[in-house]
Write a protein that binds this ligand. Structure first.
Ligand code: 6GU
Length: 227
C-alpha cells in the first residue's frame, strides 16, 4: 500500500511514524508513506495557502489551488482513495479501517484553521472524523487512521499480536489479562486462569467480554445481541 499525506506540518507525521510499527512496515517495504507539504504548491510569493473568508467572519480558510496542485503532483492520484480529515466527516470505525486496508493507494488531506474552501471537497472521495471532539489539526486524526489501517495489512503485525481477536472485529471489548506475580498487594489473579482447564478459561473469558461490554458500552452490547 502507498499512503500520501497532504499537510502543512510534515514534521507532525514523519517523526511519529518512524518511531512506530508503521515505521517498521515502511522499512520492511510493506508500505510506502510519502508526506507532501502543500505549502510548496502555493502560487503566492509569500508561500501563503490561506486567505480571508468571502462574506466575512473569523479565521482563515485554506485555499483550493495549492491543495489541488499538490494532489495532482501525486502519481496515480486519479485511482487513489482520497480522504479528507475533518470533524464534519463520517465517523471512522474499525469497519472503515478494514475497508481502507484493502486499497492500494490512499491520499489523506489534513486540515487546519477554520477549514477548507468548500470546492476542495469536489476533488476528494470521502471525509472522515475520528470522533465527536475538535482537534487543532487533521494530522492527529491522519495518524490514527494510518496506524489502524497499516496494522491490518498482512505481514505488518506478527501472528501472536494478531488482529483476529481485536475487540471491535467481533463487536465486543476484550477480556481481562494477567501476568506474574500471582498476588500483588493482596490482589489475586482469578483462580480459573491458573487451573489449566482450557475450556473453563475460554468460557470465563467469553463471559468477561460480554459482562464488560454490557457495563461499559451498552451500544456495542445491543448491537452484538442483535446479530
Ligand atoms: Cl479528522 N480533524 C479535526 N481537526 N478534528 C477532529 C477530527 C478531525 N476528528 C475528530 N475531531
Amino acid at each position: 500500500m502507498r499512503i500520501d499525506v497532504l499537510t502543512l506540518f510534515p514534521n507532525m507525521i514523519l517523526p511519529v511514524i518512524k518511531e512506530s510499527i508503521i515505521g517498521r512496515a515502511m522499512y520492511e517495504k510493506k508500505i510506502t508513506i510519502n508526506v507532501i507539504d502543500f505549502r510548496d504548491y502555493s502560487t503566492n510569493k509569500h508561500q501563503k495557502v490561506d486567505d480571508y473568508p468571502y462574506g466575512g467572519g473569523a479565521g482563515m480558510v485554506l485555499q483550493v489551488e495549492p491543495i489541488v496542485k499538490a494532489l495532482r503532483s501525486i502519481e496515480g492520484y486519479q485511482d487513489a482513495l482520497k480522504l479528507i480529515m475533518t470533524p464534519q466527516g463520517e465517523p471512522y470505525l474499525q469497519t472503515t479501517a478494514e475497508k481502507f486496508a484493502r486499497c492500494d493507494h490512499m491520499i489523506i488531506l489534513c486540515g487546519h484553521y477554520e477549514g477548507f474552501d468548500e470546492r476542495v471537497r469536489a476533488y476528494f472521495d470521502l471525509e472522515v472524523s475520528i470522533g465527536d471532539f475538535v482537534l487543532t489539526g487533521g494530522e492527529y486524526a491522519a495518524l490514527v487512521v494510518m496506524d489502524s489501517v497499516v496494522r491490518l495489512i498482512p505481514g505488518v503485525l506478527n501472528k501472536e499480536a494478531s488482529f483476529q481477536e481485536d475487540s471491535f472485529s467481533e463487536g465486543l471489548l476484550e477480556y481481562p489479562q494477567y501476568t506474574r506475580p500471582r498476588v500483588f498487594e493482596g490482589k489475586e489473579v482469578p483462580e480459573v486462569l491458573l487451573s489449566g482447564h482450557h475450556e473453563a478459561i475460554r468460557a470465563w473469558r467469553d463471559s468477561q467480554r460480554l459482562e464488560r461490554t454490557k457495563k461499559r458500552r451498552e451500544d456495542l452490547y445491543k448491537k452484538y445481541r442483535k446479530r
